[in-house]
Write a protein that binds this ligand. Structure first.
Ligand code: NAD
Length: 492
């Protein structure tokens, strides 16, 4: 694939879409986006203001009754049409994603296709939404459940995989009959803004999807809006606390998809080559900036040195570089602030006695202007240390030995997070038993991320959030339950 950065003149032109009105400027502040691979500004984006948020919520409210009333098969066809439009624009969206967050085209190239799959999957639910009939025991009554969309959903997403995050939220929200106001992430705005324009191109009724560019103040205005019926937030735990405070004012229910510090547990009977490759992917994938990446590697002591050697050997062959080069596996991190924060974490780990086996320093030479950090493996990490307990969101793996199955489980569960866990073993009993004891929402056994499928419920336990996206549970997340008791007793 011949990827090129989009010319400035073809960057999405509408940072604000309210109803059927795509606007070239918002009522809020301008903000500047930097391309992570060279630190250069790509342009100024006109952010939404309070007036735009009000208008967008009003447009969603006005459109929702007709969207709810639309036949399921018509809604299905629109979602399928949108999936087709995403595929037609896949290369353009991938380039905008790379420009936004610096993720290599090797990965960004898949994002629009994976996003399209989400819309195809939930299109299949739009015409199959059904209630349930409940037994009324021996009462002369008929009892049933049906479902009602919330109405207007306010959505806020992060920058690390915006096309996928937008699809993960919007597909079930829309299939369930809700309208939405969504904010594009300020650090990587372009791909999602373009997705907003494409809803109109696909023939969605005006007001069903309203798109706003902007930063925290726009997000806060959406989630705290009195006329938003449900909040869907993907981002960090720190911001989620503010989101909950804003939502508390109107008792707005929230679905929160937050960060993680997912453990990779490598038992002595694992396939070491496979587990070595997969163990590294937590730092490689989006330069370690993925919520569910396995960034804490727990290795049984009997194979600890051998496993570290395998990891180091593979790490030396990971191509780092220009995200536009189709051969690049690792690109830059998102910002200069991230570079400094991550280097600070690595420095502290060194002071605390951990061993930095690879990386640990900023890349220089041709990469000096970009926000580049190499794959950094840190061994002998104290499980009680900050590195082991907190999300780094950069290409840093913390490796710690363990002795027994019980200890591995205790270490894996020993953080405030509970998003993912990865188990490497050939022992079937152990695989099931350990999976069953993980305090985490998504477990992989001898795998490293393939489970993020449209049909699979995804979400966290503990401080990784609540609510699920994906599968039937993802649909029910955006529906309210109504129970009907119908008396069949003849009047006496
Ligand atoms: P962030 O919390 O800083 O920002 C997320 C979004 O919230 C941005 O669009 C931002 O503008 C907005 N925001 C900021 N303040 C707000 C406020 N007061 N009210 C409402 N919105 C506000 O997170 P980030 O740095 O963009 O993303 C990284 C985090 O997201 C990591 O913790 C990562 O693990 C998490 N994440 C989770 C998932 C998941 O599905 N569980 C997926 C991707 C990323």
């Amino acid at each position: 694939m011949g990827f090129e950065l989009p010319d400035r003149s073809v960057l999405p032109r509408h940072p604000v879409i309210v109803g059927d009105e795509p606007r070239q400027s918002g009522s809020g502040a301008m903000f500047c986006h930097l391309y992570p691979a060279n630190g250069q500004p790509t342009g100024e984006v006109a952010g939404a203001g309070a007036a735009d948020v009000d208008a967008a919520v009003a447009a969603a409210r006005a459109a929702q009754p007709a969207w709810r009333a639309m036949n399921g098969d018509a809604r299905r066809d629109l979602l399928l049409r949108y999936a087709a439009v995403l595929k037609q624009h896949a290369q353009e969206l991938a380039a905008l994603e790379t420009l936004g967050n610096g993720s290599p085209v090797m990965m960004a190239g898949y994002a629009p296709m994976v996003a399209a799959q989400r819309f195809e999957y939930y299109a299949g639910w739009a015409d199959k939404l059904r209630g349930q009939t409940l037994s009324a025991w021996n009462n002369p009554a008929h009892n049933y459940v049906d479902y009602e969309p919330y109405g207007v959903v306010g959505a806020v997403i992060p920058w690390n995989g915006p096309v996928f995050a937008a699809a993960m939220l919007l597909a079930p929200v829309l299939a369930a009959g809700n309208c939405v106001v969504i904010k594009a992430p300020e650090l990587a705005p372009y791909s999602v803004m373009r997705m907003g324009e494409l809803f109109l191109e696909a023939g969605f009724p005006p007001g069903v999807v309203n798109m706003l560019a902007g930063g925290p103040e726009v997000g806060a205005a959406i989630v705290g809006h009195a006329d938003v019926d449900k909040v869907a937030f993907i981002g960090s735990g720190g911001t989620a606390r503010k989101v909950l405070q804003s939502a508390a004012e109107n008792l707005t229910p929230c679905c929160l998809e937050l960060g993680g510090k997912s453990a990779v547990i490598v038992f002595e009977d694992a396939d070491l080559a496979q587990a070595g490759q997969m163990g590294l992917s937590g730092a490689i994938s989006v330069s370690g900036q993925g919520c569910v990446n396995g960034t804490r590697v727990l290795v049984q002591r009997s194979i600890y040195d051998q496993y570290l050697a395998v990891m180091q050997q593979i790490a030396g062959h990971i191509p780092v570089g220009d995200p536009l080069d189709p051969g690049t596996v690792m690109g830059p991190v998102i910002s200069e602030a991230s570079v400094q924060r991550i280097l600070g974490i690595v420095g502290k780990a060194r002071e605390e006695g951990a061993r930095v086996l690879t990386g640990g320093q900023r890349l220089d030479g041709e990469y000096a202007d970009g926000f580049y950090l190499p794959l950094t493996i840190i061994a002998d990490v104290d499980p009680a240390s900050s590195l082991s307990r907190h999300e780094v969101f950069g290409p840093v793996l913390a490796v710690t030995p363990f002795d027994s199955e019980e200890e591995a489980i205790a270490l894996a569960n020993g953080t405030d997070y509970g998003l993912g866990a990865y188990i490497h073993t050939r022992d079937l009993r152990r695989a099931h038993s350990v999976a069953n004891q993980m305090q985490a929402g998504m477990i992989h056994v001898n795998a490293s991320g393939e489970g993020m499928q449209p049909f699979a419920p995804f979400g966290g336990m503990k401080q990784s959030g609540f609510g699920r996206l994906g599968g039937e549970q993802g649909l029910l997340e955006f529906l309210q339950t109504r129970n009907v008791w119908m008396n069949l007793k003849a009047p006496q």
